[in-house]
Design a protein around this ligand. Sequence first.
Ligand code: ADP
Ligand code: GN1
Ligand code: MG
Length: 356
Amino acid sequence: MSREIDRNEILKHFEISPVTEAYGNGHINDTYLVAMPRYILQRINTSIFRNPDELMENIENVTAFLREKLREDGGDFRRGTLEVVPTLEGGRYYRVDDENVFRVYRFVEGTKTIESSRTPEDLYEAGVGFGHFQRMLADFPVEKLHETIKDFHHTPKRAEALREAIRADKAGRAESVRAEIDFALENAAWAGRVVKGMEEGRIPVRVTHNDTKINNILFDQESGKAVCVIDLDTVMPGSMLYDFGDALRIGGSTAAEDEVDLGQVWFDERAFEAFAKGYLSEMREALTEEELALLPMSVKLMTYECGIRFLTDYLNGDTYFKIHREHHNLDRARNQFKLVTDIAGKEARLAEMVRG
Ligand code: ADP
Ligand code: GN1
Ligand code: MG
């Protein structure tokens, strides 16, 4: 944050107030329960999401749609979707200045996120969660959605951005990462597969989440079931292959995204099997033959794409992803490329799992 912001001052601008109600059956005193719902306050990253109006319009539209769906289906409409809390003026965010734009969500109670050490059961549930999210949004009018980050998963354009970063070599690092650059460029040939399929109308354009890290699902603390898909900033028109592949990029790896000991970084076929089973329990009917056939490839594709994004950022001098140590982005890129190679060797087996 560029300057000190008093968060309590910010909160005064939102429609947040404790709710009281008469409580109990006492005969003497007047007793009230003060229900003080919890909230999440978030500063929107406006250097990445440059148009908060469009961003919040997307989120408002999608969450209102989901709430209605959940109500119709008898689902948990209170916890099953995010709920934007308006400002006193009825706005969807409060702006202090260009860098300090805040929003508030209702806190989804009784849930947890899973950051690491995922079991097959967790992955099955994550698959159900993301699959259900997509199924509920199947008839959302896709043309209503703004593209909050242009060409977010356009892998060939990501490869072009890498080439540009190599040419510019702003941080003077290109020579030291020749091997990674070679790997990235050698693999660029197949990376247009999904984008091309969409452009040619063979792969359907759907409403997709586009950032399906496992920690973007809230799971019920008691039952472990997926309750709510969060982090809706990148909900845009896209391919379901983006969401499927991206979830397993993280969920299917035996190590963290920035593990430097590559001997520990493998793609876990059982994780794929569990996630795919959950996802397909919601989505199998809706998918085309081509989408089904491309599920294994989508994991390799999204892992490759993320790898080249990390490498590009490294070459540009670490301006996009937050880093916590020197060469962090390079470590991440190497890690993702190791996974790409491992997934490639396992694709045939993964395809068998999809066929069931
Ligand atoms: P980022 O874009 O930085 O990943 P998220 O929107 O995913 O931000 O929020 C970060 C974390 O905050 C989530 O992983 C989750 O643990 C928690 N969180 C966000 N929104 C809610 C909510 N409405 N209720 C409960 N927890 C939430
Ligand atoms: C970012 O914000 P977060 O951590 O959920 C990125 C994703 C990448 C991911 C890599 C808007 O996700 O696309 O896959 O890092 N989000 C954006 O860990 O660029
Ligand atoms: Mg998140």
